[in-house]
Design a protein around this ligand. Structure first.
Ligand SMILES: Nc1ncnc2c1ncn2[C@@H]1O[C@H](COP(=O)(O)OP(=O)(O)OP(=O)(O)O)[C@@H](O)[C@H]1O
Ligand SMILES: [Mg+2]
Length: 360
């Protein structure tokens, strides 16, 4: 069942298009992360789902209901804002119960839900405090608590962890993930942090310039990016891109990069191109390795430098004009200044049409 359907939604501010005929179907129970660079329209889309903004064109469905014209109150959604938006004069307990009291919930029911949320978010000791007397992370948890005590159909989060330090972020990532599992609720979560997206989402919608470029599981987004943009956006260091000419010869498909022909036998082409074309071969740093005897796909690549990260090493290479990164264990790292041959599994690579930037 679809929990949220975005149908051809457009949003313009004056003449400026922010969302362009955007379509997205979010299944019930999914944890969908809207991921993309600053300004691509993530918050705008979330606000349109919440009813805080109206689309210029298109429809928004929640379950079977067309909610396009309904105010936020009538949508049964709960939202956590980046800014927390807590009431400064109220205690934690009053902040968290405010929505329930306004909705006229019985006292016993309010008490039961507060206790549940306080325990889950470890807010028990702070219930009588005011927001000013809490740390940033505690405030963030109160904002989340205020949302989850409501039994909403959909929970919306806009960069809720952006103001936390790295350690607390990692903890809160885990707590929100657990919360999703326990509630089994549909969640839509905005971030530009790809680690958050990869670790929390059941599905990631990668957005760019007001459209969704790919909506898929984190694994599919990482292993089978459908566009050059998605391939480059996820991963650090990013996917290596080798520009070349894709052609067929007697032995099968190959890409010629800087005068070297690399066989693409074993690559799962979606549509094998009939005529030669300019293409981009993408290989993740961890899929690139130093070639053993007879394995070399790229020969005589110059080693520029090595970056020790602790558990592994990033080796920076220069293949003609193209800079490459290779991830390996520190013991395997070659000497800077030497030349090496490289190998990778063709089946794990990505090949894109350079003109359309689509996966081939
Ligand atoms: N009220 C407005 N009037 C005009 N332009 C707006 C308005 N609100 C947003 N925009 C523009 O719409 C675009 C998308 O904004 P949005 O807030 O959705 O981006 P975002 O993807 O959430 O970015 P960030 O990661 O920086 O929060 C931006 O270019 C922004 O300047
Ligand atoms: Mg935003």
């Amino acid at each position: 069942m679809q929990a949220v359907s975005i149908r051809n939604v457009q949003k313009q501010y004056g003449k400026v298009p922010v969302l362009k005929a955007l379509n997205l179907d979010i299944a019930a129970g999914d944890f969908t992360v809207l991921l993309g660079a600053s300004g691509c329209g993530k918050s705008t889309l979330l606000s349109i789902i919440a009813g805080l903004e109206d689309p210029t064109e298109g429809r928004v469905m929640i379950g079977e209901r067309d909610v396009t014209l309904l105010p936020p109150k009538a949508r049964n959604i709960a939202m956590v804002f980046q800014s927390y938006a807590l009431y400064p004069t109220m205690t934690v307990e009053q902040n968290m119960s405010f929505g329930l009291r306004m909705a006229g919930q019985p006292k016993a029911e309010i008490g039961r839900r507060l206790q549940w949320a306080a325990e889950l978010l470890q807010l028990g000791p702070y219930m009588a405090r005011k927001p000013a007397d809490l740390s940033g992370g505690q405030r963030q948890r109160v904002a989340i608590g205020r949302a989850i005590v409501r039994e909403a159909d959909i929970y919306l989060f806009d960069e809720p962890l952006s103001n936390l330090d790295a350690k607390l972020r990692a903890e809160m990532r885990m707590e929100i993930r657990k919360l999703h599992q326990r509630l089994g609720a549909t969640m839509v979560y905005v971030t530009h942090d790809q680690v958050e997206a990869m670790t929390m989402a059941t599905r990631i919608a990668v957005m760019r310039h007001g459209v969704v470029e790919q909506y898929d599981t984190p694994k599919a987004i990482y292993d089978q990016p459908q566009t050059l943009y998605v391939a480059g956006f996820i991963g650090s260091p990013g996917m290596n891109f080798l520009h070349g000419r894709l052609q067929q010869d007697a032995a099968g498909p190959q890409i010629v990069v800087g005068g070297q022909a690399i066989s693409l036998n074993g690559y799962g082409f979606r549509q094998a191109p009939a005529a030669p074309l300019d293409a981009v071969l993408g290989v993740r740093p961890e899929d690139l390795s130093l070639a053993g005897t007879g394995q070399a796909l790229l020969k005589g690549v110059a080693v520029e430098s090595c970056e020790l990260l602790g558990a592994d090493t990033i080796v920076w290479l220069q293949a003609g004009e193209q800079r490459l990164a290779l991830r390996c264990s520190p013991a395997q790292a070659p000497e800077a200044g030497s030349r090496v041959d490289l190998h990778f599994e063709v089946a794990r690579a990505s090949v894109f049409d350079r003109a359309t930037e689509q996966r081939l």
